[in-house]
Design a protein around this ligand. Structure first.
Ligand SMILES: [Zn+2]
Length: 421
């Protein structure tokens, strides 16, 4: 295994070895920097050796001699999109169980082509993922950055659970992930005392705990206990002011994953997005054919889970409006990377749904860049500020005016490298 991993390191490392050197200056664009700052017309963004060196009004920013200058007058420059909840490497077509370095790299490139430049993979991660992540901090990178949790921690005893947390921590996990859920009554929920042990062990290892949940009472429990990330929407009932106050007091971020719900019922008939060219440009036609098989559609139409999660989505949409009005930090996340949750495309659908749920387009952009990065502890990405990695998206239309314009991506840059189309 050691030698295999060494060989993989070489392969992954070599593919990223063509580092850009010197400076690139993006000049003349409308800057959305991912922070609370106002949009800035006629900006200059300078990237040197993969990192952002200077940002500001064109008149105020000097361009280093010998820079490659890219005129983006009339276009929009914004940070690369950060997905606070995805999964990477497992699925090919609609089938899980394909976890390899190749598949991880393929999916990270797919995310990147859609402008998603950082993915927080919350579970299902093994050794190969860590190999890929461990070589990504270099200025030759041109695929999405990866954060990892290792396995989703389960266990019937405190000992098993603590051992599983340790295994993930020893591999180098960025996060610990667990599920506090009974899957609409189909499985047994982890008892609270075991949850407490899991959280205690995660924090002993100085790792934040992301919690998959469905019920409001479980969200309240994990918040009181001191867990760190609400990884899905509360979907059983509306949140109230008391809940909002608790989230604010604990300073925990909320990741809605609305498109996760969509994927549970959307294929009961042909979904509208099956005719969106922005979806079709990357999807495997065989996957579409499979999803449109009448028996498969019929099964989904009659599924108790499809109906339960569709109802859950309505509750989730209402809750986002409430939480947003209440000032809770909402981070964009999708739970993509599971079969039929399409990486890259669903992040755009998620942003559009967040606007439908009541958020302003600019706040959705922040939730999908600076806020998401801050929420997951990805401190050197997410905004266009000096010192951060040069992870950028250039758009032809302004997404702060219409969130659908996130789909007008002209080019994507990671560490100052243009992501291949
Ligand atoms: Zn997930």
């Amino acid at each position: 295994m050691k030698y295999l991993l060494l060989a993989l390191c070489l392969v992954v490392g070599l593919s990223a070895a063509k580092a850009n050197e010197g400076s690139i200056a993006f000049v003349g664009g409308l800057l959305i920097d991912g922070t609370d700052a106002e949009l800035l017309e006629n900006s200059t963004v300078v990237i040197t050796d993969g990192r952002i060196q200077a940002v500001g009004h064109r008149a105020d920013v000097g361009i280093p001699e010998g820079s490659q200058i890219i005129d983006i007058t009339g276009k929009i420059i914004m940070p690369g999109i950060v997905n606070a909840h995805g999964h990477v490497g497992d699925v090919i077509g609609l089938e899980g169980g394909h976890y390899t370095v190749d598949n991880i790299l393929r999916q990270l490139s797919l995310y990147a082509r859609y402008g998603v430049t950082t993915v927080n993979s919350l579970g299902g991660d093994a050794e190969e993922g860590f190999v890929v992540r461990n070589v990504q901090n270099n200025n030759g990178l041109d695929r999405a950055r990866l954060m990892l949790s290792g396995s989703v921690v389960t266990g019937d005893t405190e000992e098993e659970i603590r051992a599983e947390v340790n295994r993930n921590a020893d591999m180098g996990a960025d996060y610990i992930k667990m599920r506090l859920d009974d899957n609409l009554g189909a499985t047994r929920k982890m008892p609270y005392p075991l949850f407490d042990a899991l959280l205690d062990q995660a924090h002993k290892r100085r790792l934040p705990l992301a919690v998959h949940l469905f019920y409001k009472e479980d969200a309240e429990y994990m918040l009181h206990a001191g867990a760190d990330l609400i990884a899905h929407s509360v979907r059983d009932m509306p949140v109230d002011q008391e809940f909002i106050d608790l989230v604010l007091e604990k300073d925990v971020c909320y990741v809605p994953t609305l498109t996760r719900e969509v994927s549970t019922f959307a294929y009961a008939s042909e979904p509208e997005f099956f005719s969106d060219p922005y979806f079709l440009k990357e999807v495997d036609p065989a996957v579409l054919r499979e999803l449109m098989q009448p028996e498969r559609q019929e099964r989904m139409r009659n599924s108790r889970f499809a109906q339960g999660y569709r109802a859950g989505l309505d509750v989730a949409m209402g809750n986002i409006g409430q939480l947003y009005q209440g000032g809770v930090k909402i981070a964009m996340g999708t739970d993509t990377g599971v079969a039929a949750r399409f990486q890259g495309y669903f992040e755009h659908m998620e942003m559009h749904m967040m606007v439908e749920a009541g958020m302003s387009p600019i706040d959705v952009i922040r939730a999908s860049t600076g806020v998401a990065a801050d929420c997951i502890g990805a401190h050197d990405v997410g905004t266009i500020e000096p010192g951060k990695w040069g992870d950028l998206v250039i758009l032809t239309e302004n997404p702060a005016e219409n969130i659908m314009n996130t789909k007008t991506i002209e080019s994507v840059w990671i560490a100052g490298n243009r992501v291949p189309d």
